[in-house]
Design a protein around this ligand. Structure first.
Ligand SMILES: C[S@@+](CC[C@H](N)C(=O)[O-])C[C@H]1O[C@@H](n2cnc3c(N)ncnc32)[C@H](O)[C@@H]1O
Length: 256
């Protein structure tokens, strides 16, 4: 199991959390929820939509499958999963911030042809029995959870042996160019402050900076029982898609 040293929020985040990271993150997303999708479109020039669709393609999500998107927010990843599984499949989305779910409700109603079940739930204690999903995804959420190890263990628990776990996340690139630094630490908080809550958009680059790197994330996925992890770098290495397969334990393999 993962070590405690890597399960807690990095100390350089602590200035942001006057108390628990969970409460801070929940309150912050509740406040920015009405403008979350708009700001995502503006700040990434709509690229975030392409990244999620690519992740669904790379995970080879098939019609008829049962999928879960955790830290689903307004449900954008769940919607892409629903498109891939079609009417014969099932998709659930869970997030601990009800206002984020509410903010995405209209879009999901209008755009999804397959049923998506949205629910309030903590990724670190998912309200599902073990081994029920073919694919479990998380988009830009793993950086925000209080314990990355617990979240990955839960994702690994609820996916079927042989099923896929997909993590789409901002990551620290090796050499950061001055333009990227300016964009993250100056432009982004400025625009965020103009249209929403400035500290939420200073938290974003700060949380990226203090987040584990892609190799460490890969190791943590393996510690959570997710094997054969592949990494696809996007956007000059500032975004990565990690995809792994839930290991089949020896006991489970013998029953097959
Ligand atoms: C940056 S948003 C990402 C939303 C969406 N997945 C996307 O791709 O746009 C992060 C989301 O993670 C949620 N979150 C953070 N920690 C969580 C936890 N422990 N359990 C459930 N949701 C959590 C927040 O409420 C927020 O909606």
């Amino acid at each position: 199991m993962a070590q405690e040293a890597v399960t807690t929020a990095p100390t350089s985040d602590s200035a942001y959390f006057n108390g628990s990271k969970e409460q801070y993150v929940q309150a912050m997303f509740a406040e920015i929820a009405p403008r979350y999708d708009l700001l995502n479109d503006l700040l990434s020039l709509r690229m975030h939509r392409r990244w999620r669709r690519l992740a669904v393609r790379l995970a080879q999500v098939e019609p008829g499958q049962t999928c879960l998107d955790v830290c689903t927010g307004t449900g954008a990843f769940a919607l892409d999963l629903a498109r891939a599984v079609g009417i014969s499949g099932k998709v659930a989305g869970s997030d601990f911030c009800a206002p984020m779910i509410r903010a995405g409700y209209g879009t999901l109603q209008r755009q999804s042809h397959a049923p998506i079940r949205m629910m309030v739930g903590n990724t670190e204690a998912l309200p599902f029995t073990s081994g029920v999903f073919d694919v479990v995804t998380v988009g830009f959420g793993i950086r925000n959870v209080a314990s990355i190890a617990s979240a990955l263990e839960e994702m690994s628990r609820v996916v079927k042996p042989g099923g896929k776990v997909v993590v789409l996340e901002f990551t620290r690139p090796e050499g950061v160019s001055p333009v990227v630094t300016w964009y993250l630490f100056k432009f982004l908080p400025w625009l965020g402050g103009l249209l929403s809550r400035r500290d939420a958009y200073t938290y974003l680059p700060q949380s990226m900076k203090s987040f584990i790197d892609r190799h460490e994330l890969s190791r943590m996925m393996e510690q959570a029982g997710i094997e054969k992890v592949t990494i696809r770098k996007l956007n000059f290495g500032t975004v990565c898609i990690h995809i792994g397969t839930r290991a089949t334990s020896q006991a489970e393999a013998m029953q097959l």
